[in-house]
Design a protein around this ligand. Sequence first.
Ligand code: FAD
Ligand code: SF4
Length: 533
Amino acid sequence: MHDSVSGRKEKGLNTAQPLAATEEDFNTEGTEATEKKARTLVPVLGLLRVLCGLCVKFLFLTMGKVTGFKEYTREMPARRPIADRLDDFLEVYQPFAHTSVQTQAARCMDCGIPFCHTGCPVSNIIPDWNDLVYKSRWKDAIRVLHSTNNFPEITGRICPAPCEASCVLGINEPPVTIKVIEKTIVERAFAEGWVRPEPPAIRTGKRIAVVGSGPSGLAAAQQLNRAGHWVTVFEKNDRVGGLLRYGIPDFKLEKTILDQRLEQMTAEGVSFQTHSHVGSNVPVEDLRKDFDALLLAGGAEQPRDLKVPGRDLEGIHFAMEFLPQQNRRNAGDAVENQIRATGKNVIIIGGGDTGADCLGTTHRQKPRSVQQFEIMPAPPPERDPSTPWPLWPLQLRTESSHEEGGIRNWSVATTSFAGDENGHVKQLHGIRVGPPPKFEPIPGTEFTMDAELVLLAMGFLGPVRQGAVEQLGLKLDPRGNISTDASYMSSVPGVFAAGDMRRGQSLVVWAISEGRKAARAIDLFLMGSTRLK
Ligand SMILES: Cc1cc2nc3c(=O)[nH]c(=O)nc-3n(C[C@H](O)[C@H](O)[C@H](O)COP(=O)(O)OP(=O)(O)OC[C@H]3O[C@@H](n4cnc5c(N)ncnc54)[C@H](O)[C@@H]3O)c2cc1C
Ligand code: SF4
């Protein structure tokens, strides 16, 4: 599979040079008359060159709709009414008609240098599948999409879409709805039965252990299995999926979406072993003996704590104690003593994505009130000048959970918690603070709020060190993540690392990207060559 840029190169088209003529393109030395003539010719030839460029693009690159970006505006699928969605944990977005998606795909300008492609961590070949969708070539579109992304049905739902932030159309217009197009392509492919198991034709006889079944472990497992190796995924939890299963709420990602992909992987020959905690009930030495290579993809599970007086009171929990319980309940499990927001004043500390997920889950449990705290000042409503296009913009984001209610508080810090006679949290004491990096408390702004449930969503501090990481004696980087060389190999030969365990808390799309790259490196390590991308 070629990307747009290399495809253009093969067709002999220059992808990097400007289309307009420059002075060096003409020899203007000589008589004054010749110079004058040349000066007149420059803009004319320049215009001709632009027109020719467009014709070549139109005729040979067969771009779908040259004027689509001028004719159509950005449209997104509607969210379900708030009152309806607060009564269940089903996905927030309503379906989008295929014809509407094709219109959106027609907005793609098929840029000479597609910044969206480089903005996407898995390097999805976005202009190509936009074009294929516009032309109703859905089956080809999924082939192109799958060539770079193992799980587009997941990124198409929960990726923050850095591609859209770097879309060239986004410089002066709303960007192309890349994520929705991605989701629609793969949804259609599943519905049509085009997503089938792809077991390898030949087995190499090599065995690889993948520790952790989040998106990085799963992407690596699928790639390595397709390269012909026997892959076993070890997962300490009772179900496979990592944070996709037990972190991200169902209203963002229903778990049937994950299950259909796991069915495909199982049919391809990947083996999953749940209740298998490597470094605990599965000795690391056994894996070293029984497998030719080991990939650690255990995530960044160490939460950042809030060490203030009263932290030990009942009713103060990490987000990752609260969220998985609701996902288990949605899956039909009985959850004893579930942490619930029902009827309580809830304070969520942390204004990021995990905080937003706590907010949405809290709303569905019908609290009395919800406040969300963030120590950083409120970002501007539009892209901040410090992050110009095509960078990921610093700007206020309003997720579906924010739309559902709750109050967002910026530039606030918690100073202590107070409890009742039973040792349960009753109140939070806080203060307003100045800007980073000092966050200096502002005298006279102290406040107290009622809180019977406090959720800590302040990020993660890298992988859990006790267990497999310590037992293997792995070198860590200055941030406490597993240190690897450029080929994803840790300080112990034959032991590789990928995903949040290697790069720290990040995104699903980065985890998939890392899993694929680590798989490639492992295949190369075992076989001396690789065809994995
Ligand atoms: C609440 C929440 C919401 C998020 N929402 C989004 C979002 O909307 N979009 C987005 O792009 N990103 C989101 N993220 C980030 C994203 O989920 C992670 O970056 C991604 O899941 C990392 O993938 P991973 O495979 O590296 O690790 P994980 O998904 O964390 O998976 C690691 C797995 O390894 C297992 N494991 C760990 N140690 C062992 C061991 N010793 N033996 C066996 N198994 C082990 C764990 O049980 C876990 O299942 C969110 C994160 C959180 C916490
Ligand atoms: S994976 Fe994310 S960044 Fe890449 S194309 Fe899809 S939405 Fe965009």
